[in-house]
Write a protein that binds this ligand. Sequence first.
Ligand code: ADP
Ligand code: MG
Length: 707
Amino acid sequence: SLSKAAFGVKFDGQQQQQHHGTAAAAAEPAAKRPKNGLPVESVRRELLYLVESHATVVVVGETGCGKTTQIPRFLHEAGWTADGYQVVCTQPRRVAAVSIAQRVADEMGVAVGTTVGYGVRFEDASNQATTRIKYVTDGLLLREMMDDPLLTKYSVIMVDEAHERSLATDTLLGLLKKVQRRRPDLRLVISSATLEVDRLVAFFDSSTVRGKAAAAAAAGGGGAPSRTPAVVSIPGRVYPVQVHYLLDNCSDYVQAAVQTVVDIHREDVPGDVLVFLTGQEEVESAVRMLDEEARRLARSRLQYKLMAAPMYAGLPGAQQRLALEPAARGVRKVVVATNIAETSLTIEGIVYVVDCCFVKQRAYNPIVGLESLLVAPTSKASCMQRAGRAGRVRPGHAFRLCTEESWQQLLPKASVPEMQRSDLAGLLLQLKALGIDNIMRFDWLAPPPAEAAVRGLELLHALGALDGDAKLTPSTGTLLAELPLEPQLGAALLAAATRFGCCQELLTLAGMLSVPAVWASPAAVGGKRALEEAKAKFAAAEGDLVAFLNVHRAWLEHGKSHRWSSRNGIHQHGMLRAAEVSQQLCRKLKRMGLDTNSSCEGDVDKVLKAVTAGLFMNAAQFDHTEYDPRASSDAGSNVYRLLRHMQPGRPLKLRIHASSVLARTRPQLLLFLRCQQNDEGWYEMQAVTAVEPDWLTELAPGVFQKL
Ligand code: ADP
Ligand code: MG
């Protein structure tokens, strides 16, 4: 057995048994496994029968049992895709939609984009005529409802990972319930972890709410499906996972994770490792450290070689495959992932899980109406999911990088639904466009916090998207709702096209701001310092957005060359994606009848004014009271206050994120696109741009009086 005491990271000796799934399933691993495949095969007939006879079927089963990859295919084979209909399956995560479609296409021996396709924001790999099974993000299906509110091309809609309670999935469920009433032929399949099953069944059970008569009619045949949801439980196939905790809390979980992997590797027992960290930077730095360790370990007489593979949302597809595909013989694969590997992606062969017990997620401050990203302790439920990934091949081990006491005390039982911790402006805008005017009376799976809804509506008002009666304005509101962008960025783009004559520039920016990264990772250019030097070449006194325009211009001048990009700290893949996004947005604007050709010809004030017209709510002012001339560059003198929240009390602590080209110059007044909270409670502003106070009063007079 594993004893960590000899190594740098000390885990407790007692190894607690932890079973995932039902006790029965754990007691007889693999027993129910059908000879040819996945556990879901054993419920195929039952499932198809229930889908036939029920409007809604809720499916429960362990991660990896085949729900996502097999159920749409069962439906396709059973004839639900006849007469030109499609079966669609939603995913809360973009990466999952893409890679699962790839997997299913491989299994069926077809190319992605033909019989099996996918659709995610800014990327459509499907074909109306040939695609029968389609994987999409939940957000994309919401968007599709704007053109086709009853989603008429789909015969079955599978809402996958409903227990994740993502913003778009929660909303979709409410909308689909309405669609069902108008389309008795539509079937819903909802997959969920056990945790949320009762809530979902109650929500979709319209036999009690809509009167007994309807239920009786349904039961009495006539072909109408039952309105009471059916539940299918897929027998699990899981092995026990032993959970280990640290004896002392660690100060650096990335370091501790790497050390734990090395310790596991030294035991020289086969089995791949899955490490959970919180974000791309952590993942890349851990992979870099593991690569070094692998070189060192290669000299020892171990049977297995160590191979680290990263897995996170922005990773190019080819590299993702490294993490997803089985390793070569004699190689121990270590997949270092963000929580995208928690439930939605299946990575085969995992026997060890190393869990930092943290997660990066959205947080929303409803008092000031500010959304940020925050690294926080994850929930116990998600830790159990993560641990469960180790028990799919044989009994496994999960190493949690905190003490058992901390784990018990600091982690919440379940994660807070995204609806409770998001900026709702974009969602409310879409609901308005779908004709849902009174969002507080909408049939929510769980309603959003009233305060957040009010803040969202306020923002939409300020952007000119809603009129005095909270109706969409034809000039701005309807156009904004159609743009697949955050409302603020969308408003900047519309302002550029209609008022400031710099549509081309804003299209470029919108593209670059909509992809995960356009700068290379520090790892790719040889460290943080090297990346800073690379960025300095494009830096602009106005800030990150003008720097982005500089990058883009230089990239074009060098013929979009990959070589040039990698030499200059630019993420080529990100640039190509950004260009693609810009083109799509451009086509969209053209369809709205807008002129997209205008360019500011180097007059960046025009660009900044357009940006101001969208981002004015995110204006921050340098705080002189906190100014300390002796402070080092990272300390006291980088303090900002949110401009529209100057009243006393407990103001937010804002500062410029170190990645910004303005991190050292500190303009008096700036706008930021996003922010991230660090562990000391600072809101660190990203994509920052300096602006003139006059512009704020001119462009958002309702919000700012003379400064
Ligand atoms: P579920 O949705 O129930 O969690 P999936 O349908 O995603 O399960 O996966 C079912 C099985 O398909 C997994 O156990 C795994 O064996 C296999 N699988 C899925 N995706 C991949 C992939 N990208 N590469 C290799 N195997 C995969
Ligand atoms: Mg799945």
